[in-house]
Design a protein around this ligand. Structure first.
Ligand SMILES: [Zn+2]
Length: 109
């Protein structure tokens, strides 16, 4: 497996999504999404009925800061699998220390 060390730049795009962009190449490496809202679930709660079998869009229940670092960490793992790329540094636009900590915990075996 090809392993390159490069600096990555996570960016917050919209609420609930984050991307990993190669700091040197500027290429999008990973785009992750988390959703706290699912129309089917909301509808079921409103009607007070159990939700029917559905593809649930709700895949996150934590807070937004944790959501961002969760996506980035997932992205790092995916990048390692998909491209054989190992990141050595994360540049965040918020909650940077937390991001670095999460990253270190996940990325280093
Ligand atoms: Zn749902």
């Amino acid at each position: 497996m090809r392993t390159r060390n490069l600096t990555s730049k996570p960016a917050r795009l919209t609420k609930g999504s984050a991307a990993i962009i190669g700091a040197r190449t500027g290429k999008l490496l990973y785009l992750g999404m988390r959703n706290k809202y699912c129309a089917t679930c909301v509808w079921a709660v409103r009607l007070n009925i159990p939700p029917k079998q559905h593809k649930c869009f709700k895949n996150w229940s934590g807070n937004s800061t944790a959501m961002e670092s969760d996506i980035i960490v997932e992205g790092f793992c995916q990048s390692l699998k998909m491209y054989g790329i190992k990141f050595n540094r994360a540049i965040g636009d918020g909650g940077q220390q937390r991001l670095q900590d999460d990253f270190r915990r996940t990325a280093i075996p």
